[in-house]
Write a new protein. Structure first.
Length: 128
């Protein structure tokens, strides 16, 4: 069992930096993308174990990215946690596996990440 890889996608650099710091501290290998196109390129370079994806970004939205990834046989298994300030119904209707409403508590996001990684890989994640 190697280190789990998480891709953090958000157009706000501060959000990416905070999440990267926290997730790295929990033992995850974290990469970042600042927009939807960059996220799709990163996924193709190295398949992550999970994606934390901002819903609203300029250009290609998180909804677009999630739909494209879930429509591809190579990437449809990757769990996606959507971060959104939109109403819950928007996120529930998306192709993501789970969502966290903004503003969010790190504890809630970490719980969702650990639950999805455990459910999809049958493993336990260090720390929480």
């Amino acid at each position: 069992m190697g280190t789990k890889k998480i891709l953090v996608v958000d157009d706000a650099e501060q959000v990416r930096q905070i999440l990267s710091f926290v997730l790295t501290g929990k033992g995850y290998d974290v990469t970042q993308a600042s927009d939807g196109n960059q996220a799709l390129a990163r996924v193709q370079e190295e398949l992550p174990d999970l994606i934390v994806l901002d819903a609203m970004m300029p250009g290609r939205t998180g909804f677009d990215v999630a739909g494209q990834l879930k429509g591809d046989a190579r990437t449809r298994h990757i769990p996606i946690v959507m971060l959104t300030a939109l109403p819950a119904s928007s996120a529930e209707d998306s192709a993501s596996d789970d969502y966290v409403s903004k503003p969010f508590q790190l504890k809630d996001l970490l719980g969702r990440i650990e639950q999805l990684l455990g459910a999809t890989r049958g493993t336990q994640v260090r720390g929480a």
